[in-house]
Design a protein around this ligand. Structure first.
Ligand code: ADE
Length: 246
């Protein structure tokens, strides 16, 4: 199985480059695609950049030019639920584009084909299970003392649930409440997952998203995100990504 591994930012996955054997670097447009193997398993790693368009463009290239069999996205998210704390990990069972609003088109009758109106994407059970196993192994290793500098700061809880995607960094109580009112089922918010899920669904390729909570999507979100990004994220997300290949 060939995995397309995507991160939005360098800090989220780039360190994994050192683990890729038989590395070949390809350039398509503005992106570099790192192709090779990790533990004998085929991988193509790439940085998408922020937002739904960047994510969709990246996913399309991975599927059509590299013929990957699954897409995996790892990165940060803002919490939308009280019981989700910084450092916690969410494995998506569903991905929803929360910023799409077609309510004013209601009553227009049937729009065909139906995929024109699809903005919610379930994650296949098998893909979800593979992600969950890597995350569980990470927390097991953490409790076993493998990453003492992370263990000193976080005792992550693992959650399985709906992840929301929109083209906005949510950083106010008001902005957060608006999303929660519309989609109370969302665990956290980010900017790429459901776009990748839409491309994956178009081509019937399985897709998983793993998000680590960096902030509470409130007025302190920017400072919290920055702190987490530069201090901790690379250690956590790169380790989880690596565990996807054992
Ligand atoms: N990624 C991490 N934190 C986020 C937030 N608050 N909004 C959108 N994307 C994020």
């Amino acid at each position: 199985m060939k995995t397309g591994l995507i991160g939005a930012m360098r800090e989220e996955i780039q360190l994994l480059e050192h683990d890729i054997e038989n590395l070949k670097v390809h350039e398509y447009g503005v992106r570099k695609f790192y192709e090779g193997t990790i533990g004998g398993k085929e991988v193509v790693m790439v940085l998408s950049g922020w937002g739904k368009v960047a994510a969709a463009s990246t996913a399309t290239t991975l599927i059509n030019l590299f013929q990957v069999d699954q897409l995996v996205f790892i990165g940060l998210a803002g919490s939308l639920m009280e019981n989700l704390r910084i450092g916690d990990i969410v494995v998506a069972d569903k991905l929803i584009q929360h910023d799409v609003d077609l309510t004013r088109l209601d009553g227009l009758g049937t729009i065909n084909p139906p995929f024109y109106k699809k903005f919610k994407f379930p994650v296949r059970k098998g893909a979800q299970k593979r992600a969950l196993e890597a995350v569980k192994q990470f927390t097991y290793n953490l409790h076993g003392g493998q990453y003492p500098e992370i263990n000193a700061k976080y005792q992550p809880t693992i959650h399985i649930g709906a992840i929301g995607t929109g083209d906005q960094f949510v950083a106010s109580r008001k902005g957060k409440d608006k999303i929660v009112d519309k989609h109370p089922e969302l665990f956290c918010t980010e900017m790429e997952g459901a776009a990748i899920a839409q491309v994956a669904a178009d081509y019937r390729v399985p897709c998983t998203v793993i998000r680590i909570i960096s902030d509470n999507a409130d007025d302190d979100a920017h400072a919290s995100f920055e702190r987490f990004l530069f201090e901790d994220i690379s250690k956590i997300s790169v380790e989880i990504a690596r565990l996807m290949f054992v």
